[in-house]
Design a protein around this ligand. Sequence first.
Ligand code: NAD
Length: 427
Amino acid sequence: MSDPFVEGGLGELESPLYREALAQLDRVAEVMGLDDNIHARLRVPQRATIVSFPFRREGYYEVETVFAYRVQHVLTMGPTKGGLRYAMDVNLGEVAALAMLMTWKTSLVGLPFGGAKGGVRVDPTILTRPELQRLTRRYTAELINVIGPDRDIPAPDMGTNEQVMAWIMDTYSQHVGHAEPGVVTGKPPELGGSIARREATGRGLVSLLPAATSHVGLTLEGARVVVHGFGNVGQYTALAADELGAKVVAVSDVTGGIYNENGLDIAKAQEWVAENGNLAGFPDVDTVTNEELFELECDILVPAAVGGVITKDNADKITAKIIAEGANGPTTLEADLILKERNVFTIPDILANAGGVTVSYFEWVQDLQNYFWSEGEIVARLREIMGQAFEEVLNISITEGYDMRTAALVKGIRRVAAAKLVRGVYP
Ligand code: NAD
């Protein structure tokens, strides 16, 4: 196979995350016998845009030069889709790696997208609202020919939110001369944002738990659930699990965890966090550290905070029979091997947290059609897509002898490869 990289280095894509994404692709390509030409194409993003632009801070004469990126990994199956993050450590390699993972995720659940990701190298926490708005509008203007409802559709990621999406939609619409809600997802509902997007990732994850528990010989009703992270994904995972009769015994955030062996009042914890900003001080519960949380007696563990938290140091202390990865990349390679040996059933991130991008897809479809669905329709269609993807991944895992993570990647990569092969090489 031809290697586009020079002497083993990754050139401008050099970054630990890109190395990891590539190692994962190479490993799965080998076990699934992926066509060499397709494999070589998939190792590099199809388009990567790097821009720098002037950014005026509040002090009128203070102008900074900001670097920003948008990477589109695969343009074969439709427009590209992926989040936009504002963070100080954003670089081309990281954004390219995340774009590649979005390709596998969207393909796995059968959405008509390739993967993309964007990033602006700034610290959003020190910016005023007008600064954030100016930055977002200039970034959008720089990418005016790169994004669009039929080209590439950004969504919120770290450091960006509904308001940032609204400014992108407005800037894009000003440039093209008419309102174009389909250019971003994760917008406020007033602009064509989808209801139920906020809850989508947690709900999507929990919709897989009845089938997963029955596969390992448990029932979800009464199952003990532990959730690491109590932000968007963690809160709605805990709520949805609670609604289905599971017993959420512990949740945690960056300040630590709360525990009640008889089950926590999740709605109350959510209210507490809305009022106080975090879980610290929540009354009438035991407290646990984030380290202790992973060792609690439970049936289902949902990492829903940050990456790299299940490691070789805690993997053999985990008592859960199921790990459903709400966060991206929560399990290290070494931990994965330990969990596999211990027969812990893992629902990998690209499957478990695909509910978010699935409802983003619904938002895009509704915007294009100017026809909005009810919450019931959205939830039912989300469940259908997630359920089908789960069944297919489980089936590949059983019939072809892969672990669930490999099976999910095989399914995602297979669809992209098939699309590339039938399109052929131009010219
Ligand atoms: P969020 O910012 O809303 O919440 C993050 C939560 O994690 C917070 O409760 C925070 O206090 C906690 N946290 C942060 N660092 C921690 C640490 N070291 N230990 C314990 N808790 C910690 O973020 P989110 O949108 O819920 O995303 C969480 C994860 O899910 C991320 O990995 C993200 O990439 C992934 N994800 C999110 C979505 C989505 O729709 N929001 C979709 C797919 C994947």
